[in-house]
Write a protein that binds this ligand. Structure first.
Ligand code: AMP
Length: 292
């Protein structure tokens, strides 16, 4: 496994394979502090591609809160020790200066109306920062395919939309959310939780599971959201930013008597830590199945 820190070193690495036909290169983009969620992406990439590049970069552009950026965990040695046994070929762990040599970029990518809802609404500038660094990292790593976690559902939508709208020739694969045994979605931010916070944080996955159950039993989306909101109301130490449902292709908010596939998404503050989670569900019968 090669660990490189600069775009120049990265550019010198040839794709796997030889001759005219090179192998498929996959990229997994991370901010480090790796856990089993990230490793699931790496394993999926390793299985499908000939060469796997993992990027480790805490992107200042996507943080709307300086304190959050400051306390974000960083440990490249520990990350490399987790990646090496998985057969990763290259780790690109650049400095901020290597990614933004001219300082903050003048030209950036806009997530458009995706900025108006859910994470976009609550974290101004976040998705523009994400898309800008994802596009840059795609240019730097030149992948055929990129793996992202369903845990950040709206991010996957924003990236797929960018690739469609800007003709970025990279396949996007979303990998299901990896959870602890008790349901808590793995996150690099979980290390910031006290024991009490961690117990409270279970309300995120619990609320989503209860909403999912309502839909599985054929209940309306409005009831599923009411049930999820009621679960949060029982844990006053957790402050939700939003509990809602979005169209899984456009991220447009849906509610009430909407039918079809949805992402039910939540974000909440637990102590000083902000957590997100979501589930994909179906409201109403599958297409082609007649209404009872
Ligand atoms: P991050 O380091 O938090 O920017 O995450 C890097 C990638 O890992 C993103 O595509 C995330 O969606 C994905 N990821 C983070 N946590 C999980 C998880 N619990 N399950 C699956 N993927 C995850």
């Amino acid at each position: 496994m090669r660990i490189v820190h600069t775009a120049v070193e990265l550019a010198e690495i040839e794709p796997a394979g030889s001759g005219k036909k090179h192998g498929r290169r996959a990229v997994v983009m991370t901010m480090g502090a790796l856990h089993e969620g990230h490793l699931a992406l790496v394993r999926a990439a390793r299985e499908a591609a000939d060469q796997v590049v993992v990027t480790v970069f805490v992107n200042p552009l996507q943080f709307d809160d300086d304190a959050d950026l400051e306390r974000y965990p960083r440990d490249l040695d520990a990350d490399a020790a987790l990646l090496e046994p998985l057969g990763v070929d290259v780790v690109y762990a650049p400095s901020v200066e290597d990614v933004y040599p001219g300082g903050a970029p003048i030209v950036t990518v806009s997530a458009g109306t995706i900025n108006d809802v859910f994470e976009g609404e609550h974290r101004p500038g976040h998705f523009d920062g994400v898309l800008t660094v994802v596009l840059k990292l795609m240019h730097l790593t030149r992948p055929d395919v990129a793996y992202f976690g369903q845990k950040d559902a709206q991010q996957v939508i924003a990236i797929r939309t960018m690739c469609r709208d800007l003709n970025v020739p990279v396949d996007i694969v979303a990998v299901p959310t990896v959870r602890d045994a008790d349901g808590l979605a793995l996150s690099s931010r979980n290390v910031q939780l006290s024991q009490a916070d961690r117990a409270d944080a279970l309300v995120l996955s619990r609320a989503l599971a209860e909403a999912e159950e309502v839909l599985a039993e054929g209940g309306p989306l409005s009831l599923a959201l009411t049930v999820a909101r009621a679960a949060f109301a029982e844990v006053p130490t957790v402050t939700p930013d939003y509990i809602g449902a979005m169209d899984p292709v456009s991220a447009v908010a849906v509610e009430g008597d909407y039918r079809g596939d949805v992402v039910i998404a939540v974000a909440a503050r637990v102590g000083g830590t902000r957590l997100i989670d979501n589930v994909i569900a179906r409201v109403g019968p599958r297409e082609g199945v007649a209404d009872a």
